[in-house]
Design a protein around this ligand. Structure first.
Ligand code: NAD
Length: 364
């Protein structure tokens, strides 16, 4: 029986529309192969929405997202809107989307692609086989805790204040996502905190440890964040799934991503409790190459694969896409950002066409 899914597409700005178009072509081919029917609706966000409606996240966009099974986002932003006040800039659209859909968990995979291993700044033997998922808490911690602000003391000196705060329920909520994710992967979860100094981290560690009793098939370990950062660049293969708070996750997910060395290849997912998740590449709108048919569409395509796996529970379809991405690289197709001597340089469209060709062959 055909499965129907409503997908909201948010192409956004810069290279967004170009890479989104490739992802849609890929989803349509995979849909036919697995008897999945996608009902795509395109909505405005970011600079494109500002130009059209005056605001970065029109209410109709948020409504469409809420009423879909999943949201596929490309990227927002560009020079054109950089001088607008912060609440009217494209980034405000992204923050509004995260808040509106209560996206509390951010999943960032960092997987070494064998064909691109030389793009990493680390030695081949250190990064070969790396396959890490960073699960970052996204709506709590020091970015949102109160009090926050810059205050003037009685003596006239200014003091900047932010507060790192986590409640048990917030820790449990992100902990469950992380244990479930680890269960679907290598069965190992490393929780990262600073429990030797911070009380908020002691509570984090206690609650995650308690939760582990419900996930006896997942092997839990703990690391202090300074040690975790060191281990990530020293011996990254020891990690499977990492769970951590907002601030530590912001830093560690970027560090883990750069183990792979190629920003145009990295997907991500942001998940909510009762709302559809948002699937998007890690990179931005690359205004420097927008409209030139030079963008690498593979992070967008891999984001669509994550959407199939996590939102639509279609792991076989996700795997077919992921394998086809490996194959297109095996056939030496490269966009400019991942180009190396001896490879075939192609644009965004041609990369998409090569990928679709592989998918069609695999689907027959
Ligand atoms: P960026 O990721 O857009 O670009 C950084 C560099 O990587 C650029 O040289 C760009 O050409 C290249 N690049 C990025 N993605 C690529 C791809 N798919 N293929 C080939 N090359 C690629 O980051 P930036 O330059 O710091 O920011 C540009 C704009 O994007 C800004 O307005 C920023 O606010 C926005 N941004 C948006 C998001 C998002 O939508 N989630 C994330 C980061 C930045």
């Amino acid at each position: 029986m055909t499965q129907n899914y409503r997908i909201t597409l948010l192409p956004g700005d810069g290279i967004g529309p170009e890479i989104m178009s490739v992802a849609v072509d890929v989803l349509n081919v995979v849909g036919k192969r697995f008897d999945l029917s996608f009902e795509f609706s395109t909505a405005l966000i970011g600079g494109a929405a500002i130009d059209e409606t005056g605001e970065p996240l029109p209410a109709v966009t948020l409504d469409m997202c809420r009423n879909s099974d999943a949201v596929l986002l490309a990227a927002i932003g560009g020079y054109k809107w950089d001088s607008l006040p912060s609440n009217l800039r494209p980034e405000a659209g992204l923050l509004g989307l995260r808040a509106g859909l209560q996206l509390f968990a951010n999943l960032r995979p960092a997987k070494i692609i064998p064909q691109l291993i030389d793009a990493s700044t680390l030695k081949r033997e250190v990064v070969e086989g790396v396959d890490i998922m960073v699960v970052r808490e996204l709506t709590g911690g020091i970015y949102f805790g109160k009090p926050k602000g810059i205050f003037t003391t009685e003596s006239g000196e200014k003091r900047g204040v932010n507060t790192m705060v986590y409640s048990e329920s917030e820790i449990e909520r992100i902990g469950r996502v992380a244990f479930e994710t680890a269960r679907k992967r290598g069965g190992k979860l490393c929780s990262v905190d600073k429990a030797n100094v911070l009380e908020v981290s002691q509570l984090w560690r206690d609650r995650i440890t308690q939760l582990s009793a419900e996930y006896t098939d997942v092997e839990l370990s703990h690391l202090y964040v300074d040690n975790a950062a060191m281990q990530l660049v020293r011996a990254p293969k020891q990690f499977d799934t990492i769970v951590t708070g907002n601030l530590f996750g912001d830093i560690l997910s970027d560090a883990a991503a750069m183990l792979t060395g190629s920003i145009g290849m990295l997907p991500s997912a942001s998940l909510g409790a009762d709302s559809p998740g948002v699937y998007e590449p890690v990179h931005g709108s690359a205004p420097d190459i927008a409209g030139l048919d030079q963008a690498n569409p593979l992070a967008q395509v891999l984001s669509a694969a994550m959407m199939l796996r996590y939102a639509l529970n279609q792991p076989e379809a996700a795997e077919l896409i992921e394998n086809s991405v490996l194959q297109v690289l095996q056939q030496n197709y490269r966009t400019g950002d991942i180009m190396s001597p001896g490879m075939k340089l192609v644009g965004c469209r041609a990369m998409g066409e090569a990928l679709v060709e592989i998918l069609l062959l695999k689907s027959n």
